[in-house]
Design a protein around this ligand. Structure first.
Ligand code: PNW
Length: 466
């Protein structure tokens, strides 16, 4: 049964997420060196208003206050990322103890508050030294450097981290960062199709090496996976032919990322379409890419509608259905609203790849929040967005798909990449002048959901009686 008053499974993991460059600030402190995002932000016109992440939300200094906000929400888990260049500031391979110390203090503060730390190792802020020494992911060396760093973090924190995610969203630091596109991401370079494919290969290979390094180095058995923005596919109608088309589309569109990780082979349609520009790799590299993982994280935001289409090219049997200009969206050009992605993501991924555990590692929305005269932030649109999405997450659990938890993006308003501070994704409002945090209406909504472990009912005033 799936209705607002049915509880989520016992032990459902309610979390919230952030990423290092978007919240930490302290860009030059305690031995941190620039990442490709620090460099990119200095390129005039790259970021709205030429904003940078130099200060961001100052989480580096305010993490105790932020853990207190999490505790007030009743959060069970916090997903954060590590700034690689705090840990390894240069090519020497010598670790920076002050960088490690920050994450040790953060993890200890979380555990002290009864909140599980979930660590992402790479959320796009590649050390600039890797770009300068070997052109970042264009080189296989990057995969090895990443695995060394991942192993180092696991060695020191593996006994206190509840879940590791190697990499966040391949497309956003490769496809959108290595090609001419309107919303460029760091390092903002343009490479050939062949170089892009090889860099994609190095990134999935780096993921596999990192999974192995984490397992080998952690003092206690580690739970490892990754966080991926799969195409958020929704069959246009819930009927067998459209659902089968959706599964085929997801496998093919993930052909260079999740498909090789789960199947040990690139999707044939990907290799065929790239022809002579396809990646070059060995069987042993493919085995590493295919290293078993414990969990997969899905970052779910905006739907891609798929239909069964016998007339589609190459006999593939499916095609995309484009949304028209009036399709409803939140405050980002791409953020079309399609709540059933929270059902179809877990369902399709578990049907195709039989994964043991799925977590929604990001879901949330931007809204142009403004404080009222009395200082409240009444983000009704975000509450609507979250509630509608959670209905479908609930359906996935009720039908037995292995959806184990949900991380809301984001705990705080933060540095929204190329949009700088002009887009607000947080359930806490951040005044970027004073850095003061204020819980929005959506924070109160989320705290109620967590406390009830359900969307409605219990002690809520809408409970049960209608
Ligand atoms: C994610 N798209 O990125 C990231 O993991 C976060 O760091 C980011 O703040 C958040 O979503 C909101 O943007 C995405 O174009 C970037 O569909 C682009 C897309 C989706 C997610």
């Amino acid at each position: 049964m799936s209705n607002l008053f049915c509880p989520f499974p016992k032990d459902f993991l309610w979390g919230a997420a952030t990423a290092a460059y978007q919240v930490e600030g302290a860009a030059r402190e305690d031995g941190r060196t620039p990442s490709v995002w620090d460099t990119f932000c200095r390129r005039s016109g790259a970021i709205a208003m030429d904003y940078t992440g130099d200060v961001a939300t100052d989480h580096y200094h305010r993490f105790k206050e932020d853990v207190a906000l999490m505790k007030a929400l009743g959060l069970k888990a916090y997903r954060f990322s590590v700034s690689w260049s705090r840990i390894f500031p240069d090519a020497s391979g010598k670790a920076n103890p002050k960088g490690l110390d920050f994450y040790q203090r953060l993890v200890d503060e979380l555990r002290g508050a009864g909140i599980e730390p979930w660590m992402t190792l790479f959320h796009w802020d590649l050390p600039q030294w890797t770009e300068d020494s070997f052109r970042g992911w264009e080189s296989k060396q990057c995969a090895h450097a990443f695995a060394d760093y991942a192993g180092f973090m696991a060695k020191h924190l593996g006994d206190r981290v509840s879940g590791f995610m190697t990499i966040n969203e391949f497309t956003c630091f490769l496809d959108k960062a290595y090609t001419a596109s309107n919303e460029q991401f760091a390092p903002g370079k343009v490479v050939s199709r062949r170089v892009l494919n090889q860099a994609r290969h190095h990134a999935v290979y780096g993921h596999g090496l990192a999974v192995q390094a984490i397992r080998a180095s952690s003092p206690t058995p580690a739970r490892v996976g990754l966080a991926e923005n799969i195409p958020n596919i929704v069959p246009i109608l819930e009927s067998p032919e459209h659902i089968a088309a959706a599964r085929n589309a997801l496998r093919e569109l993930s052909g260079m990322y999740l498909t090789p990780i789960f199947e040990g082979a690139y999707h044939p349609a990907y290799l065929e379409s790239q022809a002579a520009d396809a990646p070059v790799f060995t069987d042993s590299e493919m085995k590493v890419i295919h290293t078993p993982i414990d969990l997969v994280g899905l970052n779910l935001y905006a739907p891609t509608y798929i239909r069964h289409d016998p007339a589609a090219p190459r006999g593939r049997g499916w095609s995309k259905v484009r949304n028209d200009a009036h399709y409803p969206r939140m405050d980002m050009p791409w953020l079309h609203i399609g709540p059933s992605i929270l059902y179809w993501g877990p369902r399709l991924v578990s049907e195709i790849w039989k994964v043991p555990a799925i977590y929604i590692t990001e879901n949330g929305c931007a809204n142009p929040d403004r404080p009222t005269a009395s200082g409240e932030i009444l983000d009704t649109a975000r509450v609507m967005y979250l509630q509608q999405h959670l209905v479908h997450a609930h359906r996935a659990t009720a039908e037995g798909y292995p959806l184990k938890g949900y991380f809301l993006w984001s705990l705080l308003d933060n540095f929204e990449w190329a949009f700088g501070y002009t887009k607000r994704f947080g359930i806490h409002y951040v005044n970027f002048e004073t850095l003061e945090r204020t819980p929005k209406l959506s924070a109160r909504f989320y705290a109620d959901v967590i406390r009830r472990n359900a969307l409605g009912g219990g002690d809520g005033d809408g409970g049960g009686e209608r």
